[in-house]
Design a protein around this ligand. Structure first.
Ligand code: NDP
Length: 243
């Protein structure tokens, strides 16, 4: 069990890293509020975790809507009386070469991966200031450190997440900010959108290399369970064999 049981809001908790993080944190005794658009998945996960004795709530969430993210944060306060941690995890990665001009997918990545993170910060910051404390964990990527062909726009959003996180960290004296940057990880990230060639290549690489989502959940749990005056600024976690 962690030293202190916390209220943790997780975006994108219906699959992959978000789901694994919900399992890990609930298992450690934290109270978790799960958000995503696929509420059937959330309900099943919440039911399973509650049956194991955890304190879990869930709510429909679309991070591209500030109103939706604010309602999610309000639900956390109503259910648990405050928000100790927000994990901005929701993300999409429809890969393609720039010259394909898949502009709708560029905008989707900006809306979910960058605007979604900003909406999360905007929704919880007033509450965390009132509490004089809190922790925001932003899930970036190895692609937030390097750019590869077909991943230019995805990388741009993840570089931006790192920049926003560093700015927020510098401006905060009582709110911890952590960036978690995974490498290839088992999830549903390559299942939707993108050009068939680029997504196929990403799926093949992931099948050969990917580490379980629980490895990223463990890194997030490590950052959360540090004392309030210890801010883990960034954790990069990738498969040993990833270049
Ligand atoms: P998944 O596709 O399995 O999970 C993505 C999650 O984001 C889902 O729960 C999905 O839920 C949610 N989501 C997508 N759009 C929205 C939206 N508009 N509003 C709310 N939730 C949304 O992929 P991962 O678990 O891999 O992705 C989690 C994070 O990890 C992402 O930020 C991703 O960029 C990052 N990452 C992943 C890596 C990997 O190799 N897997 C590597 C590096 C970073 P729903 O569709 O139900 O709304």
């Amino acid at each position: 069990m962690p030293a202190e049981s916390k209220t943790v809001l997780i975006t994108g908790a219906s699959s992959g890293i978000g789901e694994a993080t919900a399992r890990r944190l609930a298992g450690l005794g934290h109270r978790v509020l799960l958000g995503a658009r696929r509420t059937d998945r959330l309900a099943a996960l919440a039911g399973e975790l509650r049956a194991a004795g955890a304190s879990v709530a869930h709510r429909e969430l679309d991070v591209t809507s500030l109103d939706s993210v604010r309602a999610f944060a309000d639900a956390g306060v109503a259910e648990y009386g405050g928000i100790d941690v927000l994990i901005n995890n929701a993300g999409v990665m429809p890969l393609s070469p720039i010259e394909d001009l898949r502009i709708t997918e560029w905008e989707q990545m900006i809306d979910v991966n960058l605007r979604g993170v900003l909406h999360g910060i905007a929704a919880v910051l007033p509450q965390m200031r009132r509490q004089a404390g809190g922790h925001i964990v932003n899930v970036s990527s190895v692609a937030g450190h390097r750019v590869d062909p077909t991943a230019a726009v995805y990388s741009a959003t993840k570089f931006a997440v790192a920049a926003v996180s560093e700015g927020l960290r510098q401006e905060s004296r009582d709110i911890r900010v952590t960036v978690v940057s995974p490498g290839f990880t088992q999830s549903e990230l390559t299942h939707r959108g993108g050009s068939p060639e680029a997504q196929g290549a990403a799926r093949t690489a992931a099948e050969q290399l990917a580490i379980p989502a629980s490895a990223i959940a463990d890194a997030i749990a490590f950052a959360i369970d540090q004392p309030a005056n210890v801010d883990v600024n960034e954790l990069v976690v990738r498969p040993t064999a990833q270049g």
